[in-house]
Design a protein around this ligand. Structure first.
Ligand code: HEM
Length: 161
């Protein structure tokens, strides 16, 4: 009888401990899920490094620069200026404390007549930079959504090639 009581006590203690661990896990997981994309990416410093690499890869890209309007704009506009504005934009769009103060996407891109094909090239470059920096799959997906939300304003309407 004493033995059975002890077994029962052990079983109750285990059940309570297991339930406690489940609650703790659920709370911890919940906190992680509530974090902004900005925080999950590590904040402004890592975001600025990723954006800097992205601009460094885009500016000299031969495929993009086949478009004379892109080529002319990237020669006229300093890369540092683009890095500053794109960093602020990504910081704001991911829930960070920055305020983007540049021009609208339509205003700053229409004159380059960017095509679907050039858009796809830019996305490939962007994905390559995220892989290089080991950005996790979930965060990569969310960043691609942010990027995608600007497409209608950047790609020339009716363009295919
Ligand atoms: C194929 C795609 C893209 C190309 C070739 C491109 C290239 C450029 C170039 C050359 C400029 C300077 C234009 C000028 O002032 O004459 C510019 C401006 C800018 N781009 Fe892009 N861009 C592309 C997509 C994007 C995307 C997806 C974003 C953001 C998610 C972005 C954000 C910006 C910003 C913030 C500026 C500066 C706006 C300002 O001057 O106030 N660009 N881009």
């Amino acid at each position: 009888m004493v033995g059975r009581k002890k077994e029962l006590l052990i079983a109750v203690v285990c059940a309570v401990a297991l339930a406690g661990a489940q609650v703790a896990f659920a709370q911890g997981y919940g906190k992680e899920a509530q974090k902004s994309l900005y925080d999950r990416l590590g904040g402004l410093a890592p975001i600025s490094v990723v954006v800097s690499d992205f601009i460094d890869a885009m500016v000299p890209d031969a495929e993009l620069n086949k478009n004379p309007d892109i080529d002319a704009a990237r020669k006229r506009v300093p890369a540092a200026y683009l890095k500053y504005h794109v960093t602020a934009m990504v910081c704001q769009a991911t829930g960070g404390p920055c305020v983007y103060q540049g021009r609208s996407m339509a205003e700053s891109h229409t004159h380059m007549h960017i095509t679907e094909k050039e858009w796809d090239r830019m996305v490939t470059i962007f994905k390559g930079v995220l892989v290089k920096h080991k950005v996790p799959e979930k965060e990569t997906g969310e960043l691609l959504e942010v990027l995608g939300s600007t497409k209608a304003d950047i790609v020339m309407k009716g363009s295919k090639g």
